[in-house]
Ligand binder design. Structure first.
Ligand SMILES: *Cc1c(COP(=O)(O)O)cnc(C)c1O
Length: 461
């Protein structure tokens, strides 16, 4: 082993990867050779050995969490990290990472401060609520609100709103975990005010409304208008909370997008506590925002769970910077990447697809037929799957034609996933489809093109 490590190729690897890592990789390669040599009697080939060690070290040196190019057509893709941050948010995060900050230090009084102070004013401004706080994600926000306001008590929820969001977020399970007793009210399709009137009593901790973000009940339906439910709760002295899920701070219809309920609307309806995500339509970092009545937010902040769910300084920095962008709604669709991607005009995406088609066709050579296609993007993150945005992109089809070329799209998808910056598309109708909605900006487009060099030559790594 010492003699092997002295070889120039391995000395070079030691200087870039360190002695220990190179030694480990060399040992593993030697072991692998011994096993195969014992079976096949193949001689030891130093060059092949060096290559194996090099490849192993390169593989290990690559970060596990790394950027990908999202061409799935889902803008807020939970598996691909949801919202892309605004440059202002990135700047704010890096500056608090580099040094100390007034995270929990009140510069005016020179005394201990509260980390929520950095975002509370902005959240109050945009929602009209009296107070605000934030935790790690919206699932945590819902859990915390339940635990703080209704532990060991009953929480009535309409049967039409007992949602599962995905990733094990199910209202009945969250209730149990928070130590609350779920009281199912009404029926799946129709719930009336009198159904709530019947169940409210001394054991009721709070009433919860859940925005059914990822499905719709259609036909013979009835739900209690939030303002009426709020009035009922208030007449009985019971807190009323609403989980909005995506919860955007602005009216999206202004940009031709489907209407999503806003926390401001909930507050105006008399909802006492509203929870929503920071990294869905809001376009910020992963976080769960809680706004509402001052006395209730104070109780929520005192709950021991709050301490274990609190935000770190990087998230607070990104969240504050993102929220600040909402001060200027006129420029929001340019400055907030999530909104910019959601509002990219079809014509612009189509022109981009036509511009890129020749380069992509060339990269695939005669292994695939690349054509410009129209398609529909999704908002993602539990927003209504029926609300689709007109988009365009490239379809990569088998040159031998036929839709039943089963393995073809998988093979192409794998090839693109194995690029230095992986490209993620979606497989549909026996083709690999690349929706270009999220390939926004010259820099992103350039990075995409760079991934195509030598596409069909290099063996899959
Ligand atoms: C997405 C969603 C959640 C969970 O939010 P996360 O930020 O993913 O934790 C909870 N409730 C509703 C209604 C949602 O849509």
């Amino acid at each position: 082993m010492d003699r092997l490590l002295e070889r120039p190729a391995l000395r070079a690897l030691q200087s870039s990867h360190g002695r220990q890592a190179t030694l480990n990789a060399a040992r593993a390669a030697l072991e692998a050779w011994r096993t195969t040599a014992a079976a096949s009697g193949s001689p030891f080939e130093p060059e092949a050995f060096d290559k194996t060690v090099d490849a192993a070290l390169e593989r290990e040196a690559r970060a596990a969490l790394r950027p990908v190019i999202n061409l799935t057509g889902t803008v807020l893709h939970t598996n691909l990290g949801r919202a892309v941050m605004a440059p202002e948010a990135i700047e704010a995060v890096t500056s608090v990472m580099r040094g100390y900050s007034n995270l929990e230090f009140n510069l005016g009084r020179g005394a201990r401060g509260d980390r929520d102070d950095h975002i509370e004013g902005l959240l109050r401004e945009f929602t009209g609520a009296e107070a605000a706080t934030a935790v790690n994600n919206n699932a945590a926000a819902v859990m915390l609100v339940l635990s703080a306001l209704a532990e060991k008590k009953e929480v009535p929820v309409s049967r039409g709103e007992l949602v599962e969001i995905g990733g094990a977020f199910r209202i009945p399970d969250i209730m149990r975990r928070a130590g609350c007793k779920l009281v199912e009210v009404g029926t799946t399709n129709r719930t009336h005010l009198r159904d709530f009137e019947e169940v409210l009593g001394p054991k009721t901790g709070m009433v919860m409304k859940v925005h059914t973000s990822n499905y719709q009940v259609q036909g013979f339906t009835a739900a209690v208008p939030p303002a009426e439910l709020a009035a009922l709760c208030h007449s009985r002295g019971i807190p009323f909370s609403e989980d909005l899920g995506a919860g955007t701070l602005v009216d999206l219809t202004r940009w031709g997008l489907p209407h999503e309920p806003t926390p401001a609307e909930s507050v105006a309806n008399g909802v006492d506590v509203v929870t929503f995500s920071g990294d869905k339509l809001l376009g910020g970092p992963q976080s769960g925002l809680i706004v509402g009545r001052k006395d209730l937010i104070a109780r929520i902040k005192k709950c021991p769970l709050k301490r274990s769910l609190r935000l770190d300084k990087m998230t607070i920095a990104a969240l504050e910077a993102t929220l600040r962008l909402y001060r200027d709604p006129d420029r929001l669709s340019q400055r907030l990447p999530a909104l910019r991607l959601l509002t990219r005009p079809h014509a612009e995406i189509k022109a981009q697809a036509m511009r890129l088609q020749p380069a992509v066709q060339q990269a695939f050579g005669n292994s695939a037929v690349v054509s410009v296609m129209d398609c529909r993007s999704q908002i993602g993150s539990g927003s209504l799957p029926v609300d689709r945005l007109e988009s365009a992109g490239l379809s990569i089809a088998s040159p031998t034609g036929g839709k039943r070329t089963g393995a073809f799209p998988e093979r192409m998808a794998k090839l693109l996933r194995e690029r230095p910056v992986p490209i993620i598309g979606r497989i549909e109708d026996g083709e690999l489809r690349l929706d270009l909605r999220c390939l926004d900006g010259a820099e992103t487009e350039q990075r995409f093109l760079e991934q195509l060099t030598g596409l069909m030559q290099e063996p899959a790594r």
